[in-house]
Design a protein around this ligand. Structure first.
Ligand code: COA
Length: 281
């Protein structure tokens, strides 16, 4: 038994070169999600969402785990002992930060450094992009301890994987490597652990060069249109672009100007220089 980590220390973060590195910080418990970590994560996300020094948020784990899912002791056993009110409160604390992350203002990347189980699929799905160590292990382990994959985990598997892979994953509870997770589309890519941080930083730096208003509108659009008919998506995308223009009407004009008039870049192969744009207040 280890001493309980103070709530404030269950998540750590630092900001470097406009990247916020946010870490599940309960390595001794394989970063499993207790009510404390869930509450603290929401506070950290709140603090960083509109921070002017942050352009991209990366979510990773301290130690050998990304997250070993929900805490069987503190999230399940202890809250269930408080009855329905305890259970619902704990669920709300978890689901609230995952939802916040799914709709986050800044682009988000999951950097899966190790174990990723069950409830961990909630924040994994919430991140816009996901990169894993080939050595990482993913699993819908719920069936192994006698429940169905709840907390959105089944939905995540079905949304991201083929029906056959999702069914196999959920019914057998057999872990898969980062490499297989990439092949099954649970993550974008898997690279050896030693190269993971460099690869994720490379991708973060690509995102940092983009127009942030266009990025937010784009990530929302990708999530929303999946559920729509073509007609509805077409309409939504018109409205979404017009709404984005109300926050940033100069960005696209500057992008067009640099291509057509200045001839300083080609949109097909690169990004316009957003630093030449008048800063938004
Ligand atoms: N809930 C509660 N405690 C957990 C936990 C979880 N999900 N995952 C790990 N821990 C605790 C262990 O009980 C242990 O605590 P202790 O030191 O007080 O005994 C500590 O974290 C270290 O775990 P351990 O199992 O010794 O580490 P490991 O590196 O050998 O194995 C795992 C790592 C992730 C394979 C293993 O801990 C595991 O199977 N965890 C449960 C995963 C799971 O099913 N999660 C789904 C929940 S929805």
């Amino acid at each position: 038994m280890t001493t309980k980590r103070p709530e404030a220390e269950t998540v750590s973060f630092r900001i470097e070169n406009r990247i916020a590195w946010v870490k599940f910080n309960r390595p001794e418990k394989r970063n499993c999600m207790s009510p404390s970590i869930n509450r603290r994560m929401l506070e950290v996300l709140d603090e960083l969402e509109f921070h002017v020094g942050v352009g991209v948020l990366i979510l990773t784990g301290e130690g050998t785990a990304w997250s070993a899912g929900m805490d069987l002791q503190e999230y399940f056993r202890e809250t269930e002992a408080k009855g329905l009110v305890g259970t619902r409160k704990a669920q709300r604390e978890a689901y609230t930060w995952w939802r916040r992350l799914r709709n986050y203002q800044k682009p988000t990347i999951a950097m899966v450094n190790g174990w990723c189980f069950g409830g961990g699929y909630g924040p994994l799905f919430a991140c816009d992009l996901a990169f894993a160590a080939e050595e990482a292990q993913f699993g819908l382990s719920e069936i192994n301890w006698g429940i169905l994959p709840g907390g959105g985990a089944t939905k995540v598997a079905v949304d991201l994987m083929s029906m056959r892979d999702a069914m196999f994953h959920a019914m057998t509870g057999e872990p898969i490597s980062g490499k297989t997770a990439a092949a099954w589309k649970l993550v974008n890519e898997a690279v050896p652990l030693a190269q993971l941080q460099a690869r994720v930083e490379e991708v973060a730096n690509i995102l940092l060069k983009k127009n942030p208003f266009a990025l937010k509108a784009t990530k929302d659009a990708v999530r929303r249109v999946k559920e729509m008919t073509y007609e509805n998506a077409e309409d939504y995308l018109i409205r979404a672009q017009e709404a984005a223009n109300s926050f940033d009407n100069e960005g696209r004009k500057e992008g067009i100007r640099q291509f057509l008039d200045e001839k300083s870049y080609k949109p097909g192969t690169g990004t316009y220089d957003t630093t030449k744009q008048k800063p938004k207040v």
